[in-house]
Design a protein around this ligand. Structure first.
Ligand code: SF4
Length: 387
């Protein structure tokens, strides 16, 4: 089974914190869709399996696609892949796009999961973050999604940004009550972002570490109170509502990324397309065979062959962020028993209050999860180590 990610890079306006590849060149949308369709045709055999369990329209703002445009892209995918009735088909959406009419129009597409980028229900926060939607649109987007049958729903909220109080954070979480999937990310400050500049200019200040930890703890307590599973550092869901797509990333499974800036992984190498929409369109217009596409390495895409050690380190990093944990038997089978043996020794040096090692599976507890990335770094192997 495989997963496809389709990147729709257009946004009406850049948010103040944005660190994704996005552009306001919406006038290129039609040409870009044709280029996407061409790339699917040229690269479908990248995935080892032609049966998909996930299609993910991410962005940017994929909800700038009309229902006809979504269907056009989907029809192209169907020409090359088998789509099962249970294939998860997600559309990331901005509340500002999710009018009643638009959500209704989505029922004529195969989209069966919506991921709404709300971030906050407070106007002051939306202004700090430079979001284009209003609190009212945030509430209505959820209402319309549920009304038109999109019960497989995810909401993105953000924390650790200026002006967010603990009470407001609790309120933001409470507004999502009953929604089966929550993604909550701490703000990551992109050096070139507007918000970073505003912080440098002392217009805003970031919360200190204690405040951020309190916000994170409030989040995990809220999720527990709702019987949500904390299945990845930043992701929570009611039982069974795991994101099929993101779980593929976290469990080291292959995926094909289509579109500007999209990343692909086939188990041995990673490649990523250029983040330049006009150039991407131009090259795809002039490329007609998979061989021609492959010859465009370092022009339209870049590729990195991954050493076994890099793949082990990536597995440690991503798996430790999940509730399924890092499976040392899997490492022994997939990579080499020597990695598993050495890992056992490294684990013995971790603070015992942060993890559980059970049946060769290393999992971080809530305290350890706060330091997941640092713990992963402790366990990493050096490229020069001998095996
Ligand atoms: S909607 Fe997302 S991708 Fe677009 S500018 Fe905002 S943060 Fe960036």
């Amino acid at each position: 089974m495989g997963a496809i990610y389709i990147h729709i890079p257009f946004c009406r306006k850049r948010c103040n914190y944005c660190n994704f590849f996005s552009s306001t060149l919406i006038e290129l949308k039609q040409q870009y869709i044709k280029a996407l369709q061409k790339e699917i045709e040229l690269r479908y055999s990248y995935l080892p399996s032609l049966t998909l369990n996930s299609i993910y329209f991410g962005g940017g703002t994929p909800s700038l696609l009309t229902n006809d445009e979504i269907n056009q892209i989907f029809d192209t995918i169907c020409q090359f892949f088998t789509i099962r009735p249970d294939t998860e088909i997600t559309l990331e959406a901005n509340p500002n796009s999710l009018t009643r009419e638009y959500v209704k129009s989505l029922t004529s597409t195969p989209v069966n999961r919506l991921s709404i980028g709300i971030q906050s229900f407070f106007n002051t926060h939306l202004q700090v973050l430079g979001r284009i939607h209003s609190p009212q649109q945030a509430h209505l987007s959820i209402q319309y999604a549920l009304q038109y049958g999109f019960t497989n729903l995810s909401v993105d909220l953000m924390y650790a940004y200026p002006l967010l109080t603990l009470e407001q954070w609790k309120q933001n979480l409470a507004y999502t009550k009953g929604i089966p999937h929550l993604s909550c990310y701490a703000l990551t400050l992109e050096p070139s972002s507007v918000l970073n500049l505003q912080i440098q200019n002392k217009e805003y200040s970031l919360p200190d570490d204690d405040e951020v930890i309190a916000q994170y703890q409030t989040l995990t307590e809220y999720a527990q109170s709702q019987q949500m599973e904390h299945y990845e550092t930043s992701n929570f869901c009611l039982h069974g509502h795991y994101s099929v797509h993101n779980t593929a990333y976290w469990q080291n499974r292959p995926y094909l990324g289509i579109g500007c800036g999209a990343h692909s992984f086939n188990g041995h190498s990673r490649q990523w397309n250029i983040g330049n929409i006009p150039l991407y369109i131009q090259h795809l217009q002039n490329t007609h065979t998979p061989q021609q596409f492959s010859s465009l390495e370092n022009i339209i895409f870049e590729k990195e062959n991954l050493s076994v050690t890099t793949r082990v380190n990536e597995y440690i990093m991503t798996s430790l962020r999940t509730m399924w944990g890092c499976n040392l038997d899997y490492i022994a089978e997939q990579f080499s028993p020597l990695y598993a043996e050495k890992l056992h020794k490294k684990i013995a040096h971790l603070p015992s209050a942060q993890y559980i090692l059970q049946s060769s599976v290393l999992r971080l507890n809530e305290q350890g999860a706060l330091f997941a990335d640092a713990i992963a770094c402790e366990l990493f192997f050096d490229e020069n180590e001998n095996f």
